[in-house]
Design a protein around this ligand. Structure first.
Ligand code: PNS
Length: 163
């Protein structure tokens, strides 16, 4: 069975990777669908987010990243996936994911499996990672090195652009 793990991944965190690894143990194939939520503005472009997810998940068996445009339900149909997997941390995540699950079930017949975030990564978010990095903080505890290196380079480039 093919599962799709959709998200913005701006940037991918250890919390995301934990969900991907657990999904890969439950399903035959996992497609990480990297997309744009039109309600959000992003630090990284879609290509950059896709590249970072691909590198970060390279060691996970049967997990591959793809760009997603359009509806998640259509993406699942084209890829032959019948299940969407999402991680949930707090009640607010659950409220949002429940709505998405109902819509995707209604318009695409797609089932959704919600995985509770592990205790270790239960409170980390891409938003917090971006905020810490923007202020020059060390985010290497929360994201793979390919991401922390990229954020550090961005901060350095910004500082040199100010000179
Ligand atoms: O949780 P995120 O990171 O905001 O999710 C981003 C993304 C692109 C995965 C999500 O917005 C999405 O699935 N967009 C596709 C459009 C769609 O299918 N909308 C209806 C879903 S209920």
């Amino acid at each position: 069975m093919i599962a799709v793990c959709p998200g913005s991944f701006d940037p991918v965190t250890y919390g995301h990777l934990d969900v991907l690894a657990r999904a890969s143990r439950l399903f035959d194939d996992v497609i990480v669908a990297v997309g744009d939520n039109l309600m959000k503005s992003y630090l990284f472009s879609l290509d950059e987010r896709l590249d970072l997810v691909s590198q970060a998940a390279a060691d996970l068996p049967r997990v591959r990243a793809m760009p997603m445009t359009g509806l998640l339900a259509d993406f699942c149909r084209v890829q032959g996936a019948s299940v969407v997997v999402k991680g949930v941390r707090f009640a607010s995540d659950f409220d949002y994911e429940l709505q998405m699950a109902h819509v995707n079930s209604e318009i695409g017949g797609v089932e959704t499996v919600l995985l509770p975030a592990s205790r270790e990564w239960g409170t980390i978010s891409s938003t917090l990672v971006r905020d810490v990095a923007r202020h020059g903080g060390d985010v290497s505890a929360f994201v793979p090195s390919v991401v922390s290196d990229r954020l550090r380079r961005m901060a350095t480039d910004d500082r040199s652009a100010d000179v």
